[in-house]
Design a protein around this ligand. Structure first.
Ligand SMILES: [Zn+2]
Ligand SMILES: [Zn+2]
Length: 169
């Protein structure tokens, strides 16, 4: 028998302290959490405002704000409301506007750019149901309407629906 040569003796196993939790080493690269932008935010909700001023516009307009504008107010370079409605013969004299999630103003009661009945002055390209005042407004095609779209709004940088007082997406 002979003693193990010290330099050949197996090194004692590095035993972890008894209380050391057997946690795996932290990975050097953690997978990125899903980007918040990948999940559509909860739909921008409507907020009715009655402080639109034809001379000064709307102060601090935010997405979701909705308000009435005298129809034709944007048509006159002199900022006077021309008589009648530029779009319809059966207009009550004001158009509902909604600020879309991208910040652009949507003339809900106006004529859609892709209206398929440009000479007709009776229908609406977007049909409103519910009420903007109490936040129940929906916009669709249920009523006398044209073939433009499906009631959605496409501003060029936002495309969605307004349903039950909220934009979707
Ligand atoms: Zn009008
Ligand atoms: Zn139309």
């Amino acid at each position: 028998m002979y003693d193990l040569e010290p330099w050949k003796a197996p090194r004692p196993a590095a035993t972890p302290a008894v209380d050391a939790p057997a946690t795996p080493a932290a990975p050097t690269e953690t997978p990125a959490p899903p980007a918040a932008a990948a999940t559509p935010p909860a739909g921008v909700r409507l907020h009715f405002r009655d402080d639109y001023d034809r001379e000064h516009g709307l102060k601090d307009g935010q997405p979701g704000d909705c308000f009435y504008v005298p129809c034709g107010a944007f048509k006159s370079p002199t900022n006077e409301i021309p008589p009648g409605c530029p779009n319809w013969d059966n207009c009550d004299g004001r158009h509902l506007y909604v600020i879309c999630p991208d910040g652009r103003w949507w003339n809900v009661d106006g004529r859609a750019g892709n209206c398929s009945m440009k000479d007709d002055r009776q229908h609406r390209c977007w049909i409103r149901t519910g009420s903007p005042e109490d936040g129940t407004l929906s916009v669709g095609k249920a009523g006398p309407t044209c073939a433009a779209g499906a009631g959605s709004i496409d501003t060029g940088t936002y495309h969605g629906m307004l349903t039950a007082g909220a934009f979707n997406p």
